[in-house]
Ligand binder design. Structure first.
Ligand code: GLA
Length: 385
């Protein structure tokens, strides 16, 4: 599938700009467990997948940046000094990166870029980070700046925080750059230490069911959750002055403050504290290759996100509940920021076909539209093709 995109993007570039481009593949991601923990300095367990955005780039020796989106069928032309013009929404992820590079003192020379891909937009597979980190990586390679991988991650995240206005954590951009094939990466979002766990289980596959709901609430509620967590930390600090984030709170500490805490803040904090503990124990499951126990934890994560963190939606809940008593399903939960997008599922290969048919039928019956079904493979992070 990606091969076709590589050809399309590369042909389009050559036709439009009459030169050979540098080609870069920048993948989408899944997250097995550890949701809404990254901006609380906790742990996450993501991987990059075989859905990606392909970039074709080349310097143009002009005082001009030209970017063509194959999927949007739209081209923009901007001057580096005027990034904040009235440009379409899709271009903000790219212009934000250029803005960050400028802020680092690397005056970005004129370049041409064509990009396109097959990461479903709004599905929670982080097409935005793939665009940001993909462009940062491409320009770093093209202009030989020697920025370290972690610098690319951080500036891409900042592009999203400052230019796009979503206060996202570091998970998506980190995964995009650091992911390895057939492995999930356990990232400590405080120290940024990370370790890889093999994630290949014979007869079991990773499948995403897409609600095809993309809620406008996503970014405003996302920022709100983040603020609520910070408020929770401020409250808990009164009794535990040494804490810096929810990462420093244990279930016992939280429990002892329960009666004095605002109930909504308590719920939000309780979910995050449990999710961090759950992730560490899920990694132990991987060490002993106990997928059954790992899958159960995915369900627990879902219920936490649904009832305590309140970032799910009826369509996501429906898809997770549907899998509950299916013998072929080891685990299922909503994935990413929430309010729409996909569920992530661990499914036994020999029951997959039948389950896909059943779930598609049930969902169509309930919501009058078919869910997207994406079987994904774990691949490596952004690289030159
Ligand atoms: C979005 C953000 C990430 C992370 C997840 C929730 O994908 O970009 O930083 O917070 O939501 O886990």
């Amino acid at each position: 599938m990606t091969q076709k995109i590589i050809e399309t993007v590369s042909d389009r570039f050559k036709k439009r700009f009459q030169t050979e481009p540098l080609l870069v593949r920048s993948p989408g991601r899944v997250n097995l467990i550890g949701e809404h923990t990254d901006y609380n300095e906790g742990f996450v367990l993501p991987a990059a997948v075989d859905r990606a955005i392909v970039f074709a780039v080349s310097p143009n020796n002009l005082d001009l940046i030209r970017i063509l989106s194959v999927d949007m069928e739209e081209e923009i032309e901007v001057q580096n000094t005027h990034l904040k013009k009235n440009n379409p929404q899709w271009s903000h992820y790219l212009l934000g990166v250029i803005d960050q590079l400028n802020q680092q003192g690397l005056k970005v020379p004129g370049f041409d870029c064509v990009f396109g891909g097959n990461i479903p937009i709004g599905a929670g597979m982080s097409s935005s980070a793939a665009i940001e980190a993909g462009l940062a990586f491409s320009l770093n390679t093209l202009f030989e700046w020697d920025l370290a991988p972690l610098d690319l991650v951080k500036l891409s995240q900042k592009a999203e925080n400052e230019f796009v206005g979503v206060q996202c954590g570091i998970m998506d951009q980190f995964t995009n750059i650091f992911a390895e094939p057939q492995k999930v990466v356990k990232l400590d979002c405080r120290s940024l230490e990370h370790e890889y766990y093999p994630f290949e289980f014979k007869g079991v596959c990773l499948v995403l069911y897409d609600t095809r709901v993309s809620h406008s609430l996503a970014s405003s509620e996302y920022n709100r959750r983040r603020n609520q967590c910070e408020e929770g930390v401020r409250f808990l600090k009164q009794h535990h002055p040494h804490i810096r984030s929810l990462r420093d709170i244990t279930s016992e500490m939280l429990n002892s403050s329960k009666t004095r805490m605002d109930p909504v803040l308590y719920k939000r904090c309780h979910y995050v504290v449990e999710e961090n503990e759950r992730l560490l124990s899920a990694c132990r499951d991987l060490e002993i290759r106990d997928l059954e126990s790992f899958g159960n934890k995915m369900y627990q994560t879902h219920y936490g996100l649904q009832k305590e963190y309140e970032v799910s939606c009826p369509e996501l809940d429906f898809l997770v509940e549907y899998t509950r008593n299916q013998s072929g399903v080891l685990g299922s939960r909503m994935m990413g920021g929430g309010f729409g997008g996909c569920t992530i599922n661990l499914i036994k290969q020999d029951e997959l076909k039948e389950l896909n048919e059943q779930i598609s039928q049930a969902y169509s019956h309930e919501y009058k539209k078919k869910p997207g079904i994406y079987k994904v493979k774990i691949e490596k992070g952004t690289h030159v093709i």
